[in-house]
Design a protein around this ligand. Sequence first.
Ligand code: THU
Length: 388
Amino acid sequence: MEVLGIKTELIKIGDDMVKALKKGMEESGLKLEEGDILVVSESALATSERRVVNLEDVTPSRLACTLGAKYSKDPREMELILKESDEIVGGIPGVVLTLNGGFLYPNAGIDHSNAPPGYVILFPADPKRTAEDIRRRISGGKRIGIIVGDSRTHPLRFGCVGVALGCAGIEPVEDARGQVDLYGKPLLITRKAVADNLVSAAQIVMGESNESTPAVIIRGAPVAIVDGSCDILRIPPEECMYIGALRHGPHPYTGGYDDLIDEALQARKASYAPYSGFKVGAAILTKSGRIYSAGNMENALASASICAERAALAKAIASGDREFEALAVVGDTSMPMSPCGICRQMFSEFGGDIKVVMANLKGEVAMARISDLLPEAFDGSCLEKPES
Ligand code: THU
């Protein structure tokens, strides 16, 4: 197997990557051959796709400032991380671990390296589509594969290895289950990360810094070129050895909402629960970064009592807010405090995506979306009359 680097001029914002690659190949006398696999660096692609942001143009929200202080990050960068990711799983000073589209990345893939001073590079918007576009435009009728490659570290190990963000023309993971080991026993869980391994090989030639080699051709790899869509499949977080193990431990990550839990704990102090003695605190974070909190409020007439979550929601709605990012609820429960059905219904009205951060006084936390807690909810669409 050969790994042939394609040197190009520095890829600038908005440059046509395919043109640059064609020129680079021509200058070094390289031509694509049947079965070749082209690995292209994600940062060069993102630059060509204008996925580059001047930090001076970013205004951080209150949440970004809070999280920036918590994780020692520039709040403007934290703002971009919040925008680019679905969830912040946790973090250490300088790095937060995020989930984007079901994959785990440091800082939502936002990178300073190879970006002009004062700028950061985001991930390419849709690496799979980019890979397909490049394949269509560069193949010249040859059957080739394309991989958009990035680098990453493994837990508790130094050093970067390759990872494929998107592919076209090759199956990213080869299922080796059913094959037999040296002693004839069938392999039960082995899948080969073919595309990731090819990116690692590519990176030995590409380098990570100023080598100006944003792509390589891998020739003679024992990998079949395929047609059709090549998806990189993901493992749900709860089934992942790393994330599942950390989340279900005694102190699972709270996805960066520790401050919201603190607000709920504060509100719990003002709970009025003389009948049940069961104090609950809730805090709602709006998409604009405002927080509304309340405790539960009981009444001699039991049915006139109101839960902490709904008391906080009433405050938010009365203040004109309608868009919510997260709800934290805390009670003295053996498991993280789970909101009642009526509260689920009332929050569901404002979006199934709202994150519910459930906590107890032991510091245990669990997180779910409203739509997970109340699937198939009764909503406004149910009131529409069926067509006769
Ligand atoms: N409670 C809440 O505040 N939130 C819930 O989600 C469940 C229950 C309160 C209502 C009542 O004051 C007490 O807990 C016992 O039901």
